[in-house]
Design a protein around this ligand. Structure first.
Ligand code: NAI
Length: 304
């Protein structure tokens, strides 16, 4: 093991603090997972008030779990007592693990980790939830890059079991093992992989979306027909058009672009022109009321 190695290969103890930086969609989900697993959790966000709002949102989600009988009331109270918003990065000083889920921007992420390293102990495990950036590149800013890994959760993090544990070029084996064991102890299904663009799932999914969009662009079939064919006969829970409407066309296109560029513009990952037009027109999917399909009151879904 090199400099900055995390020597302990076991899961991080439940009594140790887990910090989550970035309290948006993913940060909230990851914080909830660590909280329900029994850790004290600190949530930090650079937007003023955002972390406190996230704490309230997680509390409301725990309430719903109690209503549905999936969490007992005493466990909810106990969990709520362990969750705190942090007003400053310095309040994350005692974290044994920091999971970053901030904006998908290399420079901003590198800046955050350089600042975090000034705050946390040298044996704290540091992780990024990036979908499409290089784990190795983010770690490039660190004094002790050995303790840095990717922990790629899927949305919604409390529901989806898969977590890709990504070993960057400079990550120590023991840090990856510790991260793997920790998320496994949280009830997740971790898989290990190296730091290649898109990791496993986002990379293999690219040609799935791209080929469907091309079939549509060629006029071979419309979105509803392709979705029906894949979900009704292909065994997919959702077809590529309805799935990207759920993810957001902008988010999905950004990941495609990133994977394509990272593989030196390999034509296999070429982004779709039809999807580009959707993004340009603001038809981003469910979140804007229109994507490949219309949504909301009175929206008629085309038939296959
Ligand atoms: P989001 O936009 O919902 O939340 C990001 C949060 O980070 C915001 O609250 C923002 O105020 C905060 N933030 C931005 N810069 C910051 C900084 N320097 N320090 C502290 N907080 C900062 O984003 P989302 O969707 O939760 O994504 C976060 C990360 O997770 C990204 O890297 C994304 O690629 C990754 N991801 C997203 C998935 C998704 O389906 N949304 C799935 C898996 C990974």
């Amino acid at each position: 093991t090199g400099r900055g190695s995390v020597t302990m290969e076991k899961a991080i103890g439940r009594d140790r603090t887990v910090a989550v930086v970035g309290s948006g969609t993913m940060g909230q989900g990851i914080a909830q997972v660590a909280l329900v697993a029994g850790h004290p959790v600190r949530l930090y966000d650079s937007a003023p008030g955002r972390a406190a709002e996230a704490v309230a949102a997680i509390g409301a989600r725990l309430d719903r779990l109690v209503e549905k009988g999936r969490l007992d009331a005493a466990a909810r109270e106990d969990a709520a007592g362990r969750l705190h918003a942090a007003g400053e990065l310095a309040e994350l000083a005692d974290a044994a693990l920091v999971v970053e889920a901030i904006v998908e921007d290399l420079t901003v992420k590198r800046g955050l980790f350089a600042a975090l390293e000034e705050v946390v102990a040298d044996d704290a495990l540091l992780a990024t939830n990036t979908s499409s950036l290089s784990v190795t590149a983010i770690a490039g800013a660190l004094r002790l890059p050995g303790r840095f890994v990717g922990l790629h959760f899927f949305n919604p993090a409390p529901l989806l079991p898969l977590v890709e544990v990504v070993r960057g070029f400079a990550s120590d084996e023991s840090a990856a093992t510790r991260a793997y064991e920790t998320v496994k102890a949280w009830g997740k299904t971790p898989v290990r992989c190296a730091d290649t663009p898109g990791f496993i799932v986002n990379r293999i999914a690219r040609p799935f979306y791209a080929e469907a969009f091309r079939v549509y662009e060629e006029g071979a079939a419309d979105p509803a027909t392709i979705d029906a064919a894949l979900s009704e006969c292909g065994g997919f829970r959702m077809g590529p058009f309805e799935l990207t409407d759920l993810i957001g066309q902008d988010v999905n296109e950004a990941v495609t672009r990133s994977v394509w560029e990272s593989f030196f513009q390999d034509p296999k990952f070429t982004p779709s022109l039809a999807q580009r037009r959707l993004v340009e027109s603001g038809r981003l999917g469910r979140k804007t009321g229109h994507g490949w399909y219309p949504y909301g009151e009175g929206a008629e879904r085309p038939r296959p």
